[in-house]
Design a protein around this ligand. Structure first.
Ligand code: SF4
Ligand code: F3S
Length: 112
């Protein structure tokens, strides 16, 4: 079992989550982060830190596509351990639906 980053992270990318992870298992894309499910120790401390409520345990139903996306891109994107600056319009994007279809970018972020 692992925690996964889901739709509402896209273009919110607040990054509060990376500061609390004891095993540094967040990876950075251009406009969202993902968790490496093989490295996540399921501690749960990141979940309440996310202002977008985008982090969920994979035991919740219907998250298969997100678990797959987290696994795939955590193998491609750089590791991130330091909180950077969120996008200027992060608050306006918080809660918008269907971000995966509209905005997902497979491009890597810079990592830190
Ligand atoms: Fe890191 Fe714990 Fe969150 Fe997993 S549940 S990503 S180990 S903080
Ligand atoms: Fe994304 Fe929430 Fe982290 S918006 S970057 S999962 S704090």
């Amino acid at each position: 079992m692992a925690y996964v980053v889901t739709d509402n992270c896209i273009r919110c990318k607040f990054m509060d989550c990376v500061e609390v992870c004891p095993v540094d298992c967040f990876y950075e894309g251009e406009n969202m982060l993902v968790i490496n499910p093989n490295e996540c120790i399921d501690c749960g401390v990141c979940e309440p830190e996310c202002p977008a409520e985008a982090i969920l345990p994979d035991t919740e139903g219907g998250l298969e596509q997100w678990l797959e996306l987290n696994a795939k891109y955590s193998a491609e994107w750089p590791n991130i351990t330091l909180k950077g600056e969120a996008p200027a319009d992060a608050q306006e994007m918080n809660g918008e639906e269907g971000k995966l279809e509209k905005y997902f970018s497979p491009e890597p972020g810079e990592g830190s």
